[in-house]
Design a protein around this ligand. Structure first.
Ligand SMILES: [Zn+2]
Length: 239
């Protein structure tokens, strides 16, 4: 489908779903409900495609802790999603740099999160969301995130989380895609994190603040923005 046709289709969908029950803070449109994802209802923005976790990140950065972005001069974004990329890339005060290891992705830098080759403290902000669950050596990745985050800066980490688990589940012998899907939720995930990922990040010499946007906004606010309790944000600062 051409880009023009795709855009027209999104506009038509957006108009049909217009309402006042839920609101996407990224594209600032309101709808009767969000679009269902294959495994859960009321998940995706009809207009910009944001998921629950993207809306939680943007609510944190744009509204709840505006000082985070205000104090940022250079931000490195791993595996950037379009909805966030649009908003972050339009901030004129910061140098916004996108990176992905996947050659199919249209990004500025082709970096391996376990060995970026960047100078120490190259960025005063880093976003690494839904990346670490794909990385076999996550200690190396966390160490690298810590190294490239400048002193006084921050690194926002999110991963798919199993809130009902006390400890992260990993088993290097599980390698077949269908086994990984069953055990770790997706064919290319190498582990299933529990909230104890915070301990791994602390071991990488980050001070970690766990931000629960759904709890911060309360039941009404969480429902309004379509947030999930499992979308905890690990806001890490070089310790
Ligand atoms: Zn949206």
């Amino acid at each position: 489908m051409s880009r023009l046709l795709a855009a027209a289709r999104v506009r038509a969908l957006t108009a049909r779903r217009r309402g006042s029950t839920v609101r996407c803070p990224l594209c600032e449109h309101a709808f009767d409900r969000f679009k269902d994802e294959w495994n859960r209802p009321n998940a995706l923005c009809w207009r910009c495609g944001s998921h629950e976790r993207h809306r939680a990140q943007w609510l944190l950065l744009d509204q709840h802790r505006p000082e985070l972005l205000e104090g940022t001069r250079a931000l490195l974004h791993f595996s950037p999603e379009w909805c966030l990329r649009d908003r972050l890339g339009s901030l004129s005060h910061l140098r916004y740099v996108t990176t992905d290891l996947d050659p199919a992705q249209d990004v500025e830098l082709r970096l391996d999160v376990t060995a970026t080759g960047l100078p120490d403290g190259a960025f005063d902000a880093v976003i690494c969301s839904h990346v670490l669950e794909h990385v076999p050596d996550d200690a190396a990745a966390m160490g690298e995130l810590r190294r490239v985050t400048a002193p006084g800066g921050w690194c926002l980490v999110m991963v798919p989380l199993a809130l009902d688990r006390a400890t992260t589940y990993e088993d290097a012998s599980i390698t077949a895609p269908e086994d990984r899907r069953r055990e770790f939720l997706q064919h290319d995930h190498v582990r299933l994190y529990a909230p104890d990922i915070a301990e791994r990040l602390r071991a990488a010499r980050f001070a970690v603040e766990v931000v629960d946007m759904a709890a911060e906004l309360g039941p009404g606010g969480a429902a309004r923005h379509g947030l999930l309790a499992s979308d905890l944000i690990f806001l890490c600062r070089p310790a």
